[in-house]
Write a protein that binds this ligand. Sequence first.
Ligand SMILES: [Ca+2]
Length: 666
Amino acid sequence: MNVSLPICGPSGSRLALALAFLVPLFAASSDAAAVVGPPPIALQPVITSGLTSPVAITNAGDGSGRLFITEQTGTIRIWNGTSLLPTPFLDIHTLVSCCGEQGLLSVAFHPNYPTNGFFYVNYTNTGGNTVIARYHVTGDPNVADPASASILLTIPQPYANHNGGQLQFGADGFLYIGMGDGGSGGDPQNRSQNLGELLGKILRIDVDGAPPYAVPPTNPFVAVPGARPEIWAYGLRNPWRFSFDRATHDLYIGDVGQNLWEEVDFQPASSAGGENYGWRLMEGFHCYNPSTGCNDGTLTLPILEYGHNPGCSVTGGYVYRGSSIPQLYGTYLYGDYCSGVIWGASRSCAGAWSTAPLVDSPLNISSFGEDESGEIYVTHIGGAVYRVTATPDHLAPSATDMSPSAAVVGGPGFTLTVNGSGFDGGSVVRWNGADRPTTLVCPTRLSATIPASDLSAAGTATVTVFNPAPAGGTSSGLTFFVNPRFLDVPSGYWAASWIDRLVNAGVSTGCGPLLFCPDTPMTRAQAAILLLRAKNGSPFTPPPATGTVFGDVPATAFAAAWIEALAAAGITTGCGGGNFCPDSGVTRAQAAILLLRARNGSAYAPPPATGTVFTDVPATAFAAAWIEALAAAGITTGCGGGNYCPNATLSRAQGAVLLVRTFSLP
Ligand SMILES: [Ca+2]
């Protein structure tokens, strides 16, 4: 059978039920506290009489707040917020064939409509062929001039069904046109896969180019011989309704299926176009023709599908970006013409799509539309318009981690990412209790704009997430560090002041931009630099390296000149076997020798070891005399518990303490 988009179709009993059902619709139980995901919605009647077969609803983007409702029979009506104006905005019913899947199918307003007054319509003419035409408003903003028609494009239609019909302007200013495969069933002439045909495609044209239109030079097939350059994407059966996410500009396509599967396709805003969405090779995620081996790997599969009975024909909707239902923010709404179910689809932060029914309505859903503030409306082919509503009911937010978690005092403002749960479009990131501009990135991630003024003083800040009432609340706090000098050395770090003194003396600049790496081992090569700078002063520069002193330190090695100078000063003889082991960590025992020789000269010899100073340093231990001398000089008190930990590697923070004490750095 062929039940794609049965507008004016034989769904009599269902339609009768819908027509009788003009009171507020039911919503599912509202135990939102136990549910993660989009909330149940209700459909609030906006227009319940005076409309004939509404198939599209949109706004003019002119700040007027009006809704423009396309009637399939050939008129565009205006809802001014309180009433349906009796005079149509446009009446071209004499040009239009109707109905079935034919008729006046949508209108899109030019992005500069407030200044140029142009809008575009998509209809099937009396010959059944698709026409894209431009019209102009008159001096009366509620009436367009039917004589202002300028036809941009006429596309022959071989059958009465599968005419597509959607027009949308993208954020790029180009007009996108949805074209069905031409009709019949199963795309008998294989048009959707044929790049020489405009049928079964989404087209993209530049309405501001030379009349009647120009092809954007960045369209994906402009250089492909035999391809129609207007094609933006292909492999579509009947993309009756598609839309752009007004926040991200991602493209969502409801592509009506054949006998079994309805699908929603997705194109990220970053796409350069050219996707093959599969029809007639595939229907949804399933092979159609051929019945096996249909996907050579180049097809772009749907983000979701659903089966027939009671579903029959998907009506693509919109990503909710309004303000009245924060829990729905970022959710893609779409529905089914026959079943009346409206679903909400969303993508996890990891990129996985999920979908859930939001309401099971008795409507024959012909279209969704947005008003200027991003609230979503539903048209019922029986002659009504509903607004999507929900009871605000926030979850309690939880903030689990954030990135970054530290900054340096006086630094620039930045974008803070907060991960957690219970987030929605009403969630606000707070910095020490003060609201910061916040965006819901995905269901478990927020981003907030933190100004430079939040980094004016060193210390810590408490970051929380607040959800407004009802329910809602404030998450527990995460601690953000505003550090004096290094991202990885907070004010409260145990060696912070020692590291500060080391850097102030010019001995170290850290391990990288704004980093000191306090808890990583100090390598022997790093130690060579730090020892010589601490001993000789920060301006000290060693003679050029020769590469002849240690077998494992060629002249080009990191710190080669410093290592050779350290040897020349008699402070080191290497790690044995003619090598220096520059990448090895300095042990705490080695550090005792190096520090005392650097401070006291190569001829220095410590007093004999007693074995009584540290429990883990008997008199016979390697470097025992040096370790005891280091303690006697007040440079070390050991690693704790009466021990020295001679074989442990020295961390860079520990090294900072020992260097500052050894050389009495200010
Ligand atoms: Ca497909």
